[in-house]
Ligand binder design. Structure first.
Ligand code: ADP
Ligand code: CDP
Length: 242
């Protein structure tokens, strides 16, 4: 599909600009920027937008072939993806295979990188001001964000996504530590996987070394992060264009 997708800018977030194409589709443009700590650290990162868009298109495609309904329609070979517009649920669904990050902050009794007896699925409210607080399923139901059955479906999709991604990563010599998903509803009220899947939203290790945004959180430069996204794409077999 052509890369001259146009539309009205309807939202600018930390990682992407969102344009409305019509009443069905949106264009998401991945920015050449990297942020951490709820936007407190921010740097220009030339080339990152294209690499993260490529990762998202590739991994959403992989999940789609395994039967995971997701919003991806097309990738322009550069920084934009075309997606189906959804009614988003304002929660972040995090899946964890190993103890790391905010898990360790709330559960310091476990050693970093301990493998969990089974993958953990948790929910956080999407709110920069509140630093995306951990919330319970009861909180979500009481706030009317989703019902119990929908939450059960989200959990089962999240675990299936974890199996598919973890298996693929292992086949490439990588280790999937944890990742974040977002979901929305389409016009027929089906749950659909949305947003992005990239080094910004997953922790991926090769021989114990991060290839993901953790590098930037730990002080690496934006340029080094872009280099490691290039490495991640090469190892994953992500094509450089369509
Ligand atoms: P943030 O809002 O966290 O700074 P981004 O810069 O990634 O994040 O902005 C992308 C926005 O688009 C997010 O608010 C995300 O929830 C939303 N979004 C992702 N996929 C879809 C979709 N298919 N339909 C509507 N909104 C979406
Ligand atoms: O990054 P931090 O340690 O604060 O959070 P986490 O809860 O340990 O993050 C778990 C996973 O979700 C990591 O792979 C993060 O990259 C991802 N995440 C995300 O993509 N967006 C957020 N707002 C929070 C976490």
């Amino acid at each position: 599909m052509a890369s001259n997708w146009t539309g009205e800018l309807i939202y600018e977030g930390k990682a992407k600009r969102v344009y409305r194409v019509d009443n069905e589709f949106l264009v998401m443009e991945f920015k050449d920027e990297v942020t951490a700590f709820d936007g407190a650290r921010k740097e220009h990162a030339p080339g990152k937008g294209r690499l993260a868009a490529a990762q998202t298109a590739f991994l959403m495609g992989l999940l789609g072939r395994h039967g995971i309904r997701n919003h991806l329609v097309d990738w322009d070979g550069d920084r934009k993806i075309l997606v189906r517009e959804l009614r988003m649920i304002p929660i972040e669904v995090i899946v964890r295979n190993y103890a790391y990050g905010s898990f360790l902050k709330r559960m310091p009794l476990m050693k970093p990188m301990t493998k969990f007896s089974k993958p953990l699925v948790e929910f956080h409210l999407k709110s920069d001001e509140l630093h995306d607080p951990l919330i319970t399923t009861d909180d979500i139901i009481e706030a009317g964000l989703a019902g119990q059955e929908q939450l059960n479906e989200i959990i089962s999709i999240a675990l299936r996504v974890n199996e598919i991604l973890s298996d693929y990563m292992v086949s490439r010599g990588l280790m999937l530590v944890d990742f974040k998903l977002e979901f929305g509803f389409d016009k027929s009220n089906n749950l659909v996987l949305a947003d992005e899947l990239s080094g910004d939203t997953m922790r991926v290790l090769i021989n114990g070394r991060h290839l993901d945004k953790e590098l930037f959180r730990k002080g690496a430069s934006a340029m080094d992060l872009v280099k490691s996204y290039e490495e991640m794409n090469k190892i994953l077999g992500v094509p450089l264009n369509t």
